[in-house]
Ligand binder design. Structure first.
Ligand code: ADP
Length: 544
């Protein structure tokens, strides 16, 4: 190698080293092109520079950077060109061959068929060659941009006056290599920043979602979302609490699996569009294992329909209790009042024709019906006091055997002649604790029921010791009580078996009051009954 040649090589190496440092300093792909161009200016005379990338996936060549006659051009004016595999056109030739080339006679070149040639002026105006006249440039240098051996672009450098030498091409080759590395690096960095920003945004959205989900879980109303396909997508904590169905059991499942009569329900819940005032619908709903009264509102959202509901079951039950109360009480009061009214009318209108015995009978009827009326009012008042917790029950030691015998004896005169009450007290029954008058009241009610509902009127009463308690059993041999009704008969105003109870008067308060009283004394009241084989009511009182 000659000395001149060595010197040149050293200069080129130094230049490329500087270039690498300068190009590596910037992280914006666009700025890398600008610096590349600055470096180029110190190496070769040129009037135009074009950097294009080639995308293997769609076979198109796109312009990334363009500069002409002292101006940077808007790259969007260059249409993407399809790669010409036959090698027509200067860019295609370089991409296909992967080799740098020099063209020192462009005017002649563009006349050759098979290629597409453009000329761009400093305003960025493109003309197609050779149709619109000869090219503005005289010489061009074409250098492929490579990545891992594959051609990913082309750099084209043009001169209007000078011709280019192979030595110049060698320097530009090196410079393009540095530029390509810097652009790739800048692009990777940019992509990295984009990914980081996207991740931060995703995290922010997830945070917001989580917060919204927390709010939804904290509200007292049940909330669920049914998407367009009828699938439950959201089921908040209140919804799970009210219905007893957990989110895991319903989420991503069809809503019809959750509410068996969903198809009928949806027709009755008005769905309002976003922003309009919601209207609610209160409906009986079977869900999970519960029968509930739910008040629904529904709003359409982008993802489907959002339903919110409140549980009105206990309010409904209260309503039902109230109307039961009114129905029972008015029915119960009507009979004795009619009797009193009838007797009073007869006494007034037929005073002169009635015998003293008839008058006495009528007055007796007035007295007994008035007593019944006051019994009913007493029962209602007592139930109210028990509800409000204002009834004092003072416990004291009680000999339950003695109290039971005395109560049954006192009652005998009032029972129908057919009634036969047998009392048995087991030996060594301990003293219990309770309020004697209240125990008596409970016994009267149980005996009264046993005679009233117990069929042939034979009732047996037994007092016996129980584990740490004293037990009173009142058994009849009547039709008994169905299993379904064994708990309900202790509810306020509840009267079982209509055909049985219609004939006999009653408020449905007796067993409610009895159980409440016994519980207030620390004891319990239950029923054992096999339908068809009589009923046994069991009172247990704590030992003194
Ligand atoms: P009432 O006797 O005023 O109806 P209760 O609370 O005392 O109210 O009783 C509630 C219901 O329980 C009665 O209506 C009756 O249907 C049922 N019942 C109570 N005792 C008996 C019994 N010994 N045998 C069958 N049914 C009974």
């Amino acid at each position: 190698m000659t000395e001149r040649e060595l010197e040149r090589k050293a200069r080129v190496s130094q230049l490329l080293l500087d270039a690498a440092r300068m190009l590596g300093e910037t992280l914006e792909p666009d700025r890398v092109y600008d610096r590349f161009h600055d470096l180029l200016a110190g190496v070769v005379q040129h009037d135009g520079v074009l950097v294009s990338s080639y995308d293997e996936s769609d076979g198109l060549i796109r312009c990334d950077y363009a500069w002409s006659d002292g101006n940077r051009l808007d790259t969007s004016v260059f249409p993407p060109l399809p790669l010409n595999r036959e090698g027509g056109g200067m860019q295609s030739k370089v991409i296909v061959s992967g080799e740098s080339s020099l063209f020192n006679d462009l005017a002649e070149l563009v006349q050759r068929p098979g290629g597409t040639y453009y000329d761009v002026d400093r305003e960025g105006k493109i003309r197609r060659l050779p149709d619109s006249g000869p090219p503005g440039s005289r010489a061009a240098m074409m250098v492929p941009v490579k990545h891992e051996g594959r051609v990913v672009g082309v750099v084209q450098i043009m001169s209007n006056s000078a011709a280019y030498s192979a030595e110049q091409l060698e320097v530009v080759d090196g410079l393009v290599g540095q530029m390509a590395a810097a652009v790739r690096n800048a692009r990777l960095q940019k992509e990295q920043r984009r990914l980081e920003a996207a991740e931060a945004a995703a995290r922010a959205v997830a945070g917001e979602r989580e917060q919204a989900a927390n709010v939804l879980d904290a509200v007292g109303e049940g909330i669920f979302l049914v998407d367009r396909g009828g699938i439950v997508r959201l089921w908040n904590r209140a919804a799970a609490l009210v219905t007893g169905v957990s989110a895991d059991d319903v989420r991503d499942k069809p809503v019809v699996d959750l509410f068996p009569d969903w198809r009928a329900l949806v027709t009755r819940i008005p769905v309002v569009e976003h922003g309009a005032a919601a209207r609610s619908a209160t409906l009986p709903v079977g869900v999970g294992r519960r029968d509930l009264w739910l008040s629904f509102v529904a709003v359409r959202s982008a993802d489907g329909v959002v339903y919110a509901f409140r549980d009105l079951t206990s309010e409904r039950r209260l309503e039902e209790e109230k109307s039961d109360f009114i129905a029972t009480i008015s029915h119960e009061l009507r009979t004795p009042m009619a009797a009193v009214y009838g007797a009073a009318e007869t006494l007034l209108n037929r005073e002169t024709t009635l015998t003293p015995e008839q008058k006495h009978e009528l007055l007796e009827m007035v007295a007994s019906q008035a007593a019944r009326l006051s019994q009913i009012t007493e029962a209602v008042l007592l139930a109210t006091q028990l509800d409000r917790g204002t009834l004092p029950v003072e416990p004291e030691p009680v000999d339950v055997g003695e109290l039971t015998r005395a109560t049954v004896d006192a009652m005998r005169s009032q029972l129908p002649p057919s009634a036969e009450v047998h009392v048995e007290v087991a030996p060594r029954v301990a003293t219990a604790t309770g309020a004697p008058d209240r125990i008596q009241q409970v016994l009267v009610n149980l005996l009264d029921n046993a005679v009233k509902y117990g069929g042939d009127g034979r009732v047996s009463v037994r007092v016996e010791p129980a584990n740490g308690a004293v037990r009173i059993l009142v058994a009849d041999s009547g039709p008994g009580i169905s299993f379904a009704e064994q708990q309900r008969i202790f509810e306020k105003f509840y009267r079982a078996g209509p055909e049985l109870t219609r004939a006999t008067g009653g408020t449905g308060l007796g067993l409610y009051i009895s159980r409440e009283l016994v519980q207030r004394m620390g004891g319990s009241l239950d029923v054992r009954s096999v339908p068809g084989a009589g009923a046994t009511f069991v009172v247990e009182l704590p030992r003194a």
